[in-house]
Design a protein around this ligand. Structure first.
Ligand code: ATP
Length: 898
């Protein structure tokens, strides 16, 4: 048996829950008796195979086994545990091999127990005969396919730690284990009420009755796995992937069509009534495709039944706005809601503070009715404040707690701030992690910032000195189990588990330590083998929500939302502001996000349009009094924002900005368009180019692009620019004031939030922004995205346009493409197999004629506005610098005091 060591687990000791009879109609004991009788018949057949297996192997649940389909090989069960459910499949040409199945392991365990505990064990085993430990999928597989099996009979309760206490009393009772087993089987047989007698020989179906199978499923609350049609990639693609070093699982994703929705009522999710209620309250009636695929896999692995086989990691790629967040939020809440002690069990890493806040809000919506505690750590508050939230008072509590300590169950964080806590917060530990979610994974993997991934992965595994805790085994900890004997997920930290058991040598498979389940999400997941390898994934599976046509259409790399309509407008550089005005005034574009390439560019455009609108609505006859009031109020608010932006921010934010080294905060002085991280912008773009799926590794910089496109005329000639026949003839300019605002990392955090709120409430018609919100942000009212500066990289394009047409809604994207950029843009889009989806628009001169005078006037006034705003900005920067150095000093002092 396991050599169990003591460990300081506080209140994690939980009693073994007595087994209970299952659903009416057929009791668990009846089923077990039948099963035992069935198994007994095959004892003869089993003896050979069992002799090949080393003894003293811990029990094992055949976790997330696939259920072989009797129909088409193209229908596979997706079990999150290996390619198309094949990793753990027990189905062979000869039927089911049980060498790793639970009952087999249990039987062997029982023999070991018998040796140790003799008669006492025998009695106990009989008492425990009520346990129904056969996993459902195995049972179903047996029902479907078993004709012959090699199984040693006897199912016993899995290792209870109470039994460890009995060990000393029982001594070495060297009973013949086979004899014990036989006797016990006879007892089981006597309980058999309907299945054939126990003679050696044939094996009929275990459960002929469908209802009994269903009852068994319900009883164990295991979630059936969805089955999806998978399309094999072509041989050419396979070869190509191989030559690039892309592992098979990554080259061959489980594909799900975007419209594969499932009712939230479906039993497959196994959600509690509480969570279903919260979903309904949030307006969720059905699960989207990505949720349909991912949730059952996570829910099924909730029990962590096999300590040698951790649940496989998942890499998930699904279009923007397809609901990836809930695909992990819902199962994490459901699984962790069973926890007894607060431990840090789920860590969600995101690239920006804004995203952390958004994801926290999502968790908070669904966590109601549970005890789970959620926190963010983004540098928004002071480091000491975050420490007190995460682990309590680190100063007065007196030293570190063995095994760490946590006041939160779920932490949502940016990588920089997380590393600060790993390094500098006493008692902060990741050793109890059950889930590590890396959202916007390709973005984060492109950031080598502070070696964040290395530090996280290191922190997940227990350090050797924490292994040997009270190693005498006399005071063994108790593992919380459910009524079926499965260890419950939170009984012990996965990362610690291997420390408690001396895992025996086995010729079945090498023992594995349980580890955190890593979940990666992105709309543009990287397939770069080096990046993927850095994650140290365990039995990973790649799930891709994408339209069919992988084979024969290998170019179709990214799926955009079905409701998205895309246009490009080819124009001169100087015409771009006019094009935005054209969209606003002639095409009545509202609720729009307009992306520029830099913070400065966003600011200039914002000022220009604001001036244009001010001039325009200042004409008394063109603005109703109501509109003028709104305009004045909003202008005041935005001016206020600007003033505050330029003024020094409050202490907490300054503090956090200075102390936080994470991707979000440190960029505030950056003028890059990807102002949300330090290294991300160039890294990401370079990475996209070098990404194996992007083989056109050219134009890695704006310079290269300009060089390539030096001949504007030539570019234009290669473009098929449509005639503007489909354009609605421009109406006369509306008198309605267009409310415009800017959003960038130059703004203080609180102002950013205020602007997002105003935008979400429809108070802002056009939000001009940098790429700070181009990824992940879920701003529900966005109906139009304008790429003012067209993105140079496809991934950026996908994320930007993905701010609209979310959650099944419709939306439109306009990309303003300068003449000299046209060729590159076309190439980029074509290489992604996306060119056909983009409508081309050419706006004629007379269409924008009426906008020119106002535009010229605004342009003339812009210089003065920018000069005064730059002066204010300089003052603010000086103040911020001063404040930062003060805060740094304070932080250093407080650290040295610790
Ligand atoms: N099952 C559902 N039913 C209704 N709405 C949903 C459902 N799932 C998610 N949503 C909504 O869809 C929107 C988009 O979801 P989410 O932000 O998770 O998308 P995403 O796939 O993470 O996008 P991105 O790649 O841009 O980050 C959210 O407003 C969310 O509340």
């Amino acid at each position: 048996m396991f050599n169990i060591r003591r460990y300081d687990v506080e209140a994690e000791t939980v009693k073994v829950t007595p087994t209970e009879p299952s659903t009416p109609g057929i009791s668990a004991s009846d089923r077990l008796a039948k099963l035992n009788a069935r198994l007994t018949k095959n004892k003869g057949a089993s003896s050979n195979s069992s002799s090949n297996i080393a003894t003293n192997t811990p029990h094992t649940e055949p976790h997330a086994r696939s259920i072989p389909s009797s129909k088409s090989t193209s229908h596979t069960r997706f079990d999150g545990s290996g390619k198309n459910g094949s990793r753990n499949s027990t189905s062979t040409g000869e039927g089911i091999s049980y060498k790793r199945s639970r009952e087999y392991e249990e039987a062997r365990e029982a023999r070991e127990e018998a040796k140790k505990h003799g008669k006492k064990w025998e009695k106990r085993a009989k008492e425990l005969n009520d346990s129904d430990l056969i996993p459902n999928d195995v049972r179903l597989a047996m029902k479907a396919e078993v004709e012959a099996a090699a199984v040693t009979p006897k199912v016993s309760e899995s290792t209870s730690l109470e039994q460890e206490d009995e060990k000393s009393q029982d001594g070495d009772d060297d009973h013949d284990d086979d004899e014990d087993m036989q006797k016990d089987n006879q007892d089981s047989k006597s309980k058999d009420q309907g299945v054939a007698a126990s003679e050696e020989g044939g094996l009929g179906p275990l459960f002929t009755d469908e209802a009994a199978v269903d009852a068994a499923l319900a009883d164990l609350a295991l979630v059936p796995l969805p089955s999806f049609e998978t399309k094999e990639i072509s041989a050419v693609e396979r070869e190509r992937a191989k030559s690039m070093g892309i592992p098979d699982w990554l080259a061959n994703p489980t594909q799900i069509e975007p419209e594969t929705n499932t009712s939230i009522d479906a039993a497959m999710f196994g959600f509690s009534p509480r969570l279903i209620k919260q979903c309904r309250k949030a307006g969720i009636e059905e699960c989207f495709a990505v949720q349909t695929a991912v949730i059952p896999v996570l829910m099924r692995a909730r029990h962590l039944g096999d300590i040698r086989k951790p649940p496989g990691d998942l890499c998930v790629s699904a279009p923007t706005g397809s609901g990836k967040t809930l695909a992990y939020v819902l199962p994490i809440i459901e699984i962790l809601s069973q926890r007894v002690v607060t431990r840090l069990r789920a860590l969600v890493v995101l690239p920006t503070r804004d995203l952390c806040i958004q994801v926290k809000e999502t968790f908070e919506t669904f966590v109601k009715g549970t005890d789970l505690k959620i926190a963010t750590s983004t540098g928004q508050n002071s480091f000491a404040h975050e420490q007190s939230i995460l682990v309590g008072d680190t100063h007065s509590s007196g030293g570190t707690v063995l095994g760490g300590h946590s006041r939160v169950d779920i932490l949502i964080t940016t990588p920089g701030r997380l590393i600060d806590h790993i390094k500098s917060t006493p008692n902060f530990t990741l050793q109890h992690l059950r889930f590590l979610v890396i959202d916007e994974a390709d973005r984060l993997l492109n950031q080598s910032f502070q070696d964040w991934l290395y530090h996280i992965l290191n922190a997940i595994h227990p350090s050797p000195d924490r292994k040997l805790l009270g190693a005498d085994g006399s005071n063994a900890i108790q593992i919380k189990r459910d009524k079926h004997g499965f260890p419950i997920h939170d009984a012990i930290a996965p990362g610690f588990l291997s420390s408690f058991f001396e895992l025996p040598e086995s010729d079945v498979e090498d023992p594995k330590a349980l580890s955190v389940q890593k979940l990666l999400f992105s709309a543009t997941l990287t397939r770069n083998p080096a990046k993927i390898a850095s994650l140290q994934l365990s039995d990973p599976q790649y799930v891709a929500v994408q339209e069919g046509g992988q084979d024969g259409d290998e170019k179709q790399k990214y799926t955009t939302p079905a409701g998205l309509t895309e246009h490009m407008i080819v124009c001169d550089t100087s015409e771009k502001p006019l094009m935005v005005l054209h969209l606003l005034h002639h095409l009545q574009v509202r609720s729009a996000l307009c992306f520029t390439k830099s913070v400065e560019s966003a600011h200039r455009l914002y000022k220009l349009i604001q001036l244009y609108e001010k001039n325009r609505t200042a004409v008394p006859t063109s603005a109703s009094s109501a509109t003028a009031t709104v305009m004045a109020a909003t202008a005041g608010r935005m001016d206020g924002v600007e003033k505050e932006k330029n003024a020094n921010d409050n202490g907490a934010e300054s503090d956090s900005d200075s102390s936080d080294s994470d991707s979000d905060s440190s960029s505030s002085s950056s003028s890059s368009d990807d102002d949300n991280d330090t290294s991300g912008s160039s890294d990401e773009e370079a990475a996209e180019e070098s990404d194996v799926e992007m083989k056109h590794a050219d134009a890695s910089t704006e310079k290269a692009k300009a060089k390539q496109n030096s001949s504007a005329d030539q570019d234009n000639s290669t473009m098929e620019v449509d005639s503007p026949s489909d354009i609605v003839p421009p109406p006369t300019s509306s008198s309605e004031a267009i409310i415009v605002a800017e959003y960038s990392s130059d703004l203080p955090k609180s102002k950013r939030q205020a602007i997002l709120r105003a935008f979400n409430q429809g108070e802002i018609h056009l939000l001009i922004c940098s790429d700070l919100i181009s990824r992940g942000m879920d701003l529900s009212p966005v109906s139009v995205v304008i790429n003012y500066d067209s993105p140079v990289y496809m991934k950026k394009y996908i994320h930007r346009v993905g701010r609209t047409a979310r959650a099944g809604k419709t939306g439109t994207a306009y990309s303003l493409v300068e003449m000299q950029e046209a060729r590159h843009f076309k190439e980029m889009i074509s290489k992604a197999g996306h060119w056909d989806k983009i409508g081309r628009i050419k706006v004629k001169e007379q269409e924008i004629k009426d906008l020119v005078p106002g535009y010229t006037k605004a342009l003339a006034g812009l210089k003065d506005v920018l000069v005064s705003s730059a002066k204010a900005g300089k003052k603010s920067a000086r103040r911020q610098q001063y404040s930062s150095s003060n805060n740094n000093n304070n932080n250093n002092n407080s650290n040295s005091n610790k």
